[in-house]
Structure formats: C-alpha cells, structure tokens
Design a protein around this ligand. Structure first.
Ligand code: SF4
Length: 329
C-alpha cells in the first residue's frame, strides 16, 4: 500500500507553511496542487514558480473547464429562453457572449449568468474543490492506497475552523490532515523564515489575504487597498461585469451586490437591471470603499466578519488583516 501526501497550495502563507512542514518532515510521495481560479494576481503565479524552484517540489496546476456547461447553456437559451418570451435582443446578446474563454472564474460566471455571492458561494466548490477531487484525488483512489490531504487551516482564523480536528477520515482511504491548526500568524511566517522561503510579496503590499483578487467576500478595506495598489484588477472586473451581464437573463450582473444589497432607495431586487448596474457595479463599490459610511450598503462586504471564505478545507484563505510581514516574522 502506498501513502500519497497531497498539499493544497494557494500561494498564501498558511498553505505555504503547510508545504514547508511536509518538506521539513521529509514526507514521502509528496505532491503539491494549486487550483487556479483564473482570478489570481500575477504575483501569485510568479510566487508559485519561485516556490517550486526554492523547494524543489513541483506544484501541479489544476483548472476547472466549463466548456460543456456553456454548450448546454447555449442550447437552453436557444430553446427555453425563447419559449419563456425573453426578448430576442437579450437571447442574441447572451448567445454572442457565451463562448468559453478558458478563464475558469469568468467561464463559471458566464455559465451561471451571475457572480457567486456569500449566500451562493459556488466558486470554492466549482473552481477549487471539484477540480482537485476530479483531477488529483479521485484518480489516486480505489487502489487500496492511503491519501492524506494536507490542509493549511488555522483554528484562530474563523469559527468554522476553530473546532476542526487535526486529522479526520473522509473514507475510501482519504484522510484530512491539518498540521498548522494550532499555529498563530507569527508562527506561520517563522516557518517561512526558518526554511529560507520568502512569503508571497502581496503580503507586503497591504494584502492580508492571498487568493482570488478580489474575492467575492472581500472587505471594504481590502477593496480600497486593491484599487490603490492594483487598479488593473478593478478594470478587469469591470470588463467581466459587462460580459456576465450580457449572459444574464436579467441583463444585470455585479461582482459584489447580490440580491441582498440595499440602497437608500430600497432593495436592489426591486430595481430594473439598468438601475442595478448603475448603482452597484465594481466602480461604485470602489467609490464606496473610500467612504467611512453611507451610500449603498454592500452587505456582503460591509460585514466585517473575516470568516466568509472559511471553507473547512482551507481552499480559500479566510482572514483579512493587513500583516506586517517584518514584524510577524
Ligand atoms: S477566494 Fe473568494 S472568490 Fe475565490 S473561490 Fe474562494 S470564496 Fe470564491
């Protein structure tokens, strides 16, 4: 029987520390895997290359592919939307934009005709969990081998993670292992320092969380910092909003504001698609991020709860606190 050790790497500090623990323990059959959402910062891609070179561990990249789902959606639109009496212009616009782009995050949103939200957080599952399961874990299962999934989660990150066990059995020979569960942030950076590995440079550029940029759960301060440091990210989301809007039956799709967003004029659910796009698009969200109070309430973001991405599997880094890397290490 072979034991396979698989570390989920996101480019963030916790998953990197987990990989470093596995290396320090001279773990046999070690495999690092990165689920590429297509919504990562370039510096994260570069960091993964650095990490591979510095540690000597190859990082397998997995990406979701939604070509099949998009083809199915096209058929659905051609038949059902027309039967439902959707205007021809809307049908044609959707068909025009519904082509796979090869970017998993954008293709997922085109297929769904919307962006994920805190209440419908399908992104973690579709972009991270499923590709990892389908492309790495499942092909290794069923041979009587043992699979250990190393997860870089820490108990102090969120309530969901606080009571996780250090190790549990999923079944079919698959186990979850969380070696840094009891660590605090300084310990995470200390592991980097001890192993001679520099942290993702985004941490020293006002980013307290590494993962999707932006994450649909990103906080007000984080959005403000992204706009200041990386305005091209906001430009990209602006482009994506226009594309996803075109694929939406409602004719509206905004990155942050789900149907729960409120505005001084009332719930956006009661507004026309155009009204929604005008008040709740990414540019408006950025303007709002610069304010102390008032304006539209992006309740998905205004909640200062940092646990929104707290998947128990550690697939999305959850905490967002600006980190002073020098001090932490
Ligand atoms: S980081 Fe945020 S946007 Fe990206 S997959 Fe995780 S929850 Fe979704």
């Amino acid at each position: 029987m072979t034991t396979h050790n698989i570390v989920s790497v996101s480019g963030g500090k916790d998953s990197t520390a987990t990989l470093l623990v596995a290396i320090a323990l001279e773990t046999p059959n070690l495999q690092a895997v990165f689920a590429d959402t297509g919504n990562e910062h370039d510096q994260t891609y570069q960091y993964l290359e650095y990490l591979e070179q510095a540690t000597g561990v190859t990082i397998t990249r997995v990406r979701a592919d939604f070509s099949r789902q998009i083809a199915g959606k096209r058929k659905f639109i051609e038949t059902k939307w027309r039967e439902q009496g959707i205007e021809d212009a809307v049908v044609l616009a959707a068909l025009d934009v519904l082509q796979p782009t090869g970017n998993p995050f954008l293709d997922l949103c085109l297929w769904k005709g919307r962006f994920p939200s805190r209440k419908a957080q399908f992104c973690t599952m579709e972009l991270k969990r499923d590709p990892m399961l389908e492309q790495v874990i499942m092909p290794l299962m069923g041979n009587g081998d043992m699979l250990i999934s190393w997860q870089g989660v820490r108990a102090d990150e969120s309530l969901n993670r606080r009571y996780l066990p250090e190790c549990d059995e999923v079944g079919g020979g698959l186990f979850n292992y969380r070696p840094i569960l009891k660590w605090d942030i300084p310990a995470v950076f200390e592991a980097h320092r001890y192993m001679g590995i520099r942290p993702n440079p985004l941490y020293s550029q006002d980013m307290g969380r590494v993962g999707c940029m932006p994450c649909i759960n990103c906080r007000k301060e984080e959005l403000r910092a992204i706009d200041l440091r990386f305005p091209e990210v906001i430009d990209r989301i602006d482009r994506w909003e226009r594309l996803v809007k075109q694929a939406s039956k409602r004719g509206a799709a905004t990155f942050f504001a789900g149907s729960n967003a409120k505005h001084p004029n009332g719930s956006i659910a009661k507004m026309t698609a155009l009204e929604v796009m005008e008040i709740a698009n990414i540019r408006q969200a950025v303007e709002w991020s610069k304010t102390a109070r008032g304006g539209i309430q992006y309740d998905l973001m205004i909640a200062t709860d940092a646990t929104a991405c707290s998947s128990a599997y550690g697939l999305c880094e959850s905490s967002w606190e600006p980190v002073n890397v020098a001090e932490a290490a």
